[in-house]
Ligand binder design. Structure first.
Ligand SMILES: Cc1cc2nc3c(=O)[nH]c(=O)nc-3n(C[C@H](O)[C@H](O)[C@H](O)COP(=O)(O)OP(=O)(O)OC[C@H]3O[C@@H](n4cnc5c(N)ncnc54)[C@H](O)[C@@H]3O)c2cc1C
Length: 150
């Protein structure tokens, strides 16, 4: 299968710039995270907005909540769980298992939390164990900023 042709690549340094690029009505434009799902999409063209310069890869604990940035890689999240010795807690153990089932070690180095939730199909452990996906996502097949049937 041949991948889509990337006819525009942007790497904005501010969120405003990124949102303005993504909101362009005349050019089909989607966010680029790890790129592992986008790379697998079919023929056609894409304009990409690379999110890597926006500092969206944060990871912190706040009370009982774990706050994960959209660009946090699955492997970094897994290593955080292991390093913080929280695997005795059911939720942490479940999250660790979901990440391990979701993708291989090599893919986890690149794939991000947001990209995984957006691209995951019905059989994805991440999708099935998340109450709701992101409020807005871009289909890598048709580039529409909404849920679609592609
Ligand atoms: C060899 C290989 C095997 C794979 N196997 C599987 C598999 O078994 N199951 C599976 O589900 N997937 C699989 N994938 C697809 C892919 O690896 C995963 O879906 C991955 O987790 C996507 O994450 P990413 O960060 O690379 O996302 P990207 O490829 O960068 O983006 C995926 C989608 O998410 C959107 N997106 C990314 N970030 C944001 C954001 N912050 N806000 C809104 N939208 C965003 C993009 O626009 C795009 O539509 C595989 C890929 C490869 C290369």
């Amino acid at each position: 299968m041949s991948g889509k042709t990337i006819y525009e690549y942007h790497r904005p340094h501010t969120m405003d710039e990124a949102l303005a690029l993504l909101a362009r009505p005349d050019i089909a434009t989607i966010p680029l995270a790890g790129g592992t799902a986008i790379d697998r999409t079919g023929p056609g063209t894409l304009a990409l907005v690379d999110l890597q310069a926006l500092n969206l890869d944060g990871l912190s604990e706040s009370g009982a909540n774990l706050e994960m940035g959209a660009m946090l890689t699955l492997q970094r999240l897994l290593e955080y769980i292991e390093a913080n010795n929280n695997t005795g807690l059911a939720a942490w153990a479940a999250l660790k298992r979901v990440i391990q089932l979701e993708s291989t070690y090599n893919l986890r180095q690149v794939a991000t939390t947001a990209g995984t939730l957006v691209a995951a199909g019905g059989r994805s452990p991440a999708r099935r164990n998340t109450p709701s996906g992101p409020s807005r996502w871009w289909c890598p097949s048709c580039c529409r900023p909404a849920r679609c049937c592609c």
